[in-house]
Design a protein around this ligand. Sequence first.
Ligand SMILES: Cc1cc2nc3c(=O)[nH]c(=O)nc-3n(C[C@H](O)[C@H](O)[C@H](O)COP(=O)(O)OP(=O)(O)OC[C@H]3O[C@@H](n4cnc5c(N)ncnc54)[C@H](O)[C@@H]3O)c2cc1C
Length: 148
Amino acid sequence: MLVLVPCGRVEEKKNQDWRAMQSPARQAVFQRLGEFGMTDLESHLKFEVSYTPHSWIKMYNLTKGAAFGSVSHNFLQVGYLRPQNRHPHYENLYFVGGSTRPGNGLPLALISANLTSERIFKEVAIPEQRRKLSFVSAKFVLEAELVE
Ligand SMILES: Cc1cc2nc3c(=O)[nH]c(=O)nc-3n(C[C@H](O)[C@H](O)[C@H](O)COP(=O)(O)OP(=O)(O)OC[C@H]3O[C@@H](n4cnc5c(N)ncnc54)[C@H](O)[C@@H]3O)c2cc1C
């Protein structure tokens, strides 16, 4: 069983004690699950692993340990206002993933890969034959992920 508890990001200037927050968060989870009828879950636990935003920094180098990356989906960070997938000055430098367009989360990160590769194919002259092959494999991965 995996339980995701929404929380803030790491703020170096704030006095955050993630370890201290874990115990009350854990209790709140069991209490909530108890309200749904899972009253004896805790006694059946064989092992337990718990992560904090610092875990994501250490494991994946995520900015501020934020699970959905450094750019959120607020009004000023979506659509045209979101960082574009090509560098504004170095025109042969492209970006892909949750912090560029269209957004974060696995499905959008995959769409980002598709959009960026299409853009590279269009802007950097790639022979037609290779271009078709790469489109097919990128689309296959994307469709498989969306079906799941
Ligand atoms: C706990 C958790 C739960 C999540 N749950 C969901 C969910 O249910 N649904 C959903 O859609 N999304 C979920 N997400 C978000 C989703 O994982 C991300 O939005 C998505 O993975 C972003 O893809 P990305 O390719 O941009 O970055 P990442 O998947 O973070 O890939 C970046 C890669 O670059 C590597 N890297 C970082 N820095 C360096 C460096 N300096 N040098 C070399 N390599 C480096 C990292 O190790 C990583 O492998 C979750 C994230 C977390 C942490």
